[in-house]
Write a protein that binds this ligand. Structure first.
Ligand code: ZN
Length: 298
């Protein structure tokens, strides 16, 4: 602002330097005052113009602000938190129908003890991600759905930047592999316990290629509860949703999902859903989509 008020005076002043005797001072001073007044008026006019112009801009940008329906999730959660009787703070604008829950190739497919894959021997398109793998890259179990590969690689890279070295313990499990995994679980622990820990063939989320079991490169707490307490486990618990993953089997989810808490099992659903699930404090997918609980095989 100083620039605007001072510049006219400094440029004009030299022309008004008194050259004659002192008697000329008074008219000159008056002239100076008049000119100064004119300049002040001019300046005021300019400022007024700029002010109204900017206000007009603000108004047009205000009309461009998104309507209530596209408020950010944070804004909505605040609104919901203050809303009466809106205890779940669910986002009414979240389109839960965007992807199928039934199509085995869908990002949002829900597989559980009452929702087998259809067909039961469904096989997705899979590839080995370029990350540390527990077994050789040609082993199908080290592969994941091609839909998940870029997200998994990004997440591993981000973890590494934080000094966290993750490894894939288990990814895609073909129908035939699930037959043998489940079979050996039943042999070792009996059917009831096997059903709690492992899925029957055709009922495993791993068969979609969208589930992955993670572990530290050190293999500490491999597929054990204590993975959640390792630095790697803590990191993924905190950051997986940023890359499209959710903790699928939570401590409170067993009556709904039919599986006990699995700190290592992550499901890829894409960031849109993973961030929403995380924001809602990890409800089971069944709860989020309003599907029946699946505590057992019926
Ligand atoms: Zn798993």
């Amino acid at each position: 602002m100083l620039y605007w008020t001072e510049m006219p005076f400094t440029t004009i002043r030299p022309q008004r330097q008194p050259v004659g005797p002192g008697r000329e001072r008074r008219p000159r001073r008056r002239r100076t005052i008049i000119i100064a007044a004119i300049l002040v008026l001019l300046l005021a006019a300019i400022l007024y113009y700029v002010g109204t112009h900017r206000a007009a801009n603000d108004q047009s940008s205000m009309t461009l602000t998104p309507p209530a329906s596209s408020k950010t999730k944070e804004q909505q959660s605040v609104t919901s938190a203050n809303g009466v009787g809106d205890k779940v703070a669910s986002d009414d604008n979240f389109n839960k129908k965007q992807y199928s829950n039934d199509d085995p190739a869908s990002l949002w497919v829900i597989v559980n003890k009452r929702r087998p894959l259809q067909p039961k021997d469904y096989a997705p398109q899979v590839a080995a991600p370029n990350v540390p793998l527990r077994l050789g890259a040609s082993n199908p179990e080290m592969m994941v759905s091609t839909k998940m590969v870029p997200a998994l690689e990004s997440m591993f890279a981000a973890a590494k930047k934080d000094g966290i070295e993750l490894m894939v313990a288990s990814g895609y499990r073909p129908y035939s592999l699930q037959v043998s995994v489940y079979g050996s679980e039943v042999k070792a622990y009996g059917q009831a316990e096997a059903d709690r820990e492992s899925a029957r063939p055709g009922f495993s989320e791993h068969q979609t290629g969208l589930a992955v079991d993670l572990e530290p490169v050190s293999r500490q707490c491999e597929v054990q509860d204590c993975f959640g307490d390792t630095p790697e486990g803590k990191w993924v618990t905190e950051h997986a949703h940023e890359y499209g993953f959710i903790l699928r089997y939570t401590p409170t989810g067993e009556p709904t999902t039919g599986y006990r808490h699995e700190t290592w099992h992550f499901r890829y659903v894409g960031t849109e859903l993973s961030k929403e699930i995380y924001r809602l404090n990890n409800p089971p997918l069944e709860t989020f989509f309003g599907l029946p609980a699946a505590p057992d095989y019926q």
